[in-house]
Design a protein around this ligand. Structure first.
Ligand code: SF4
Ligand code: SF4
Length: 466
């Protein structure tokens, strides 16, 4: 017997197909390549397993993209999802990226009201609305995480604005944005006590939200509580941070709270409940693509032509309970390389998984800062470029260019000077770590719960002469 939730999902799907004017067995042809993928997927109902390559009018395969079937609705979602967080400023360039992505089989686009300083949903909406609504799935979020707890009216304004900016009358994937920071009290203040979650559940029932989930960072008690209450909420998906480093080493990265959980735990718990995962940070904010020469060598010995980024994506995509892995692609060459990686995705072998686990163990011993360069902490009112400083420092760690920890080492002064010179070239004076006033404003905005001012002091210390 079907649960209410399953019935509701089926009903939504049926209504949706009716709205498109297609039945469940319709053969489709001569549509844009992107729309063929999405509509054909919906016309196949709940069929599972491999998705046939898309066909153009000549019968030639137009895309080899790997798809995953969404439990319940049967939607075929491209395993590579487009993270819209960091888009180019020019709308024309956004349009080009989106057009190329759709034409090559990507059909999942993830944005949020707070991305791009509040402009991201609109840019996403402008680009996507030039295509048939049936050719893409759009994900956005309730980004009420900053400031004091919002009354429901204010949250509803953000919710309604998402529809306007995205130019849609339903949202495919809607998320409670970044839950976990601040623990259970924060979750309850943001979503439970003000009735906001009840409102979103009702919106899902009405079909304006097709799938409801949450993105999680931080205190694992929140993650567990939301899943313990799954009988009540029926989460359709959950977005987690997962990559081969965070699989077993998420707790090592100098965070303020002790509540962080390894991705292995998060993924395992979701898999047991049959809730599919959307993956963020598959390359850990670029940290797994800018690896040390030593790691690069180990990887290229195993697969000569593969970039470190491709290894990272293949590892994530090899997990069967992953619905889609988000990549923030703001340059055409990255988009093209990633599409190639996923068209089709070649899963990692056991030997390759073992190699990546060994590399992760080694990386975990390095004193990097667990910054994903998401820029949620920005702007800093004193002008510090927080992600820029941390990215510079992390790259220096990876490349073995840090002058510390040994000030008495014979090459300390030489290394310090070289580090300082490179730092001055990379970060403008007004944006350097020395400008940090320890005001603490950024602390509450960082989903990784990094002790940002403490790390800024560490960076300053790095350049001190003695
Ligand atoms: S603590 Fe430092 S980096 Fe953070 S907002 Fe304040 S001045 Fe900027
Ligand atoms: S410090 Fe935190 S919020 Fe800022 S960019 Fe890094 S991970 Fe994101």
């Amino acid at each position: 017997m079907k649960t209410n939730h399953e019935e509701r999902q089926e009903m939504n799907r049926r209504q949706f197909l009716e709205r498109l004017g297609i039945g469940s067995g319709v053969a489709l042809s001569l549509l844009t390549i992107g729309s063929v993928g999405a509509i054909a997927s919906r016309s196949r109902g709940k069929a599972s397993g491999a998705f046939s390559p898309l066909q153009d009018e000549t019968g030639k395969a137009a895309s080899q993209m790997t798809y995953r079937t969404q439990n319940g609705s049967g939607e075929k979602i491209s395993l590579l999802g487009f993270g819209m967080m960091r888009l180019p400023k020019e709308q024309e360039q956004v349009n080009e990226l989106v057009d190329y992505a759709l034409a090559h089989g990507i059909n999942y686009f993830d944005t949020a009201p707070i991305y791009g300083g509040g402009t991201n949903e609109e840019a996403t909406g402008k680009a996507l609305s030039r295509h048939p609504r049936s050719s893409y799935y759009v994900a956005t979020k309730m980004s009420n995480q900053n400031g004091s707890f919002w009354p429901i009216e204010k949250a509803k304004e953000m919710y309604e604005a998402s529809f306007r900016k995205l130019q849609v009358d339903y949202i495919d994937y809607y998320l409670l944005h970044s839950v976990g920071g601040g623990g259970l009290d924060n979750l309850k203040g943001r979503f439970i006590d003000n009735g906001l979650l009840d409102f979103l559940l009702a919106e899902r029932k009405a079909g304006r939200i097709r799938h409801l989930g949450f993105s999680y960072h931080g205190d694992v008690k929140v993650f567990d509580w939301l899943l313990d209450n799954n009988d009540k909420y029926h989460w359709d998906f959950v977005q987690i941070q997962m990559n081969y480093l965070d699989w077993q080493h998420a707790q090592r990265r100098g965070r303020r709270s002790r509540g962080d959980a390894n991705a292995e735990y998060l993924y395992g718990r979701l898999e047991k409940l049959g809730i599919q995962c959307v993956i963020m940070e598959p390359l850990r904010g670029g940290g797994l693509s800018n690896v040390s020469d030593d790691v690069r060598l180990q990887l290229s010995r195993a697969r000569k032509d593969d970039t470190p980024a491709r290894w990272g994506f293949r590892w994530v995509g090899s997990h069967p309970n992953v619905l889609t892995a988000l990549s923030g692609m703001n340059r055409m060459e990255h988009l093209k390389e990633n599409i190639e990686t996923f068209s089709p995705l070649e899963p990692c072998t056991d030997v390759e998984n073992a190699l990546l686990a060994r590399i992760a163990d080694k990386m975990a011993g390095l004193p990097t800062i667990g910054c994903t360069t998401c820029a949620y902490c920005m702007p800093c009112k004193y002008g510090v470029d927080i992600p820029g400083n941390f990215a510079f420092y992390n790259q220096a760690v990876t490349d073995g260019r840090l002058p510390l920890p040994d000030r008495s080492a014979p090459d300390f002064e030489e290394k310090r000077k070289a580090y300082l010179e490179a730092y001055r070239a990379a970060i403008p004076t007004a944006a350097r770590a020395t400008k940090c006033q320890d005001c603490g404003e950024c602390l509450k905005k960082c989903p990784q719960e990094l002790p940002i001012p403490t790390h800024m002091s560490r960076l300053v210390e790095m350049t001190r002469k003695s």
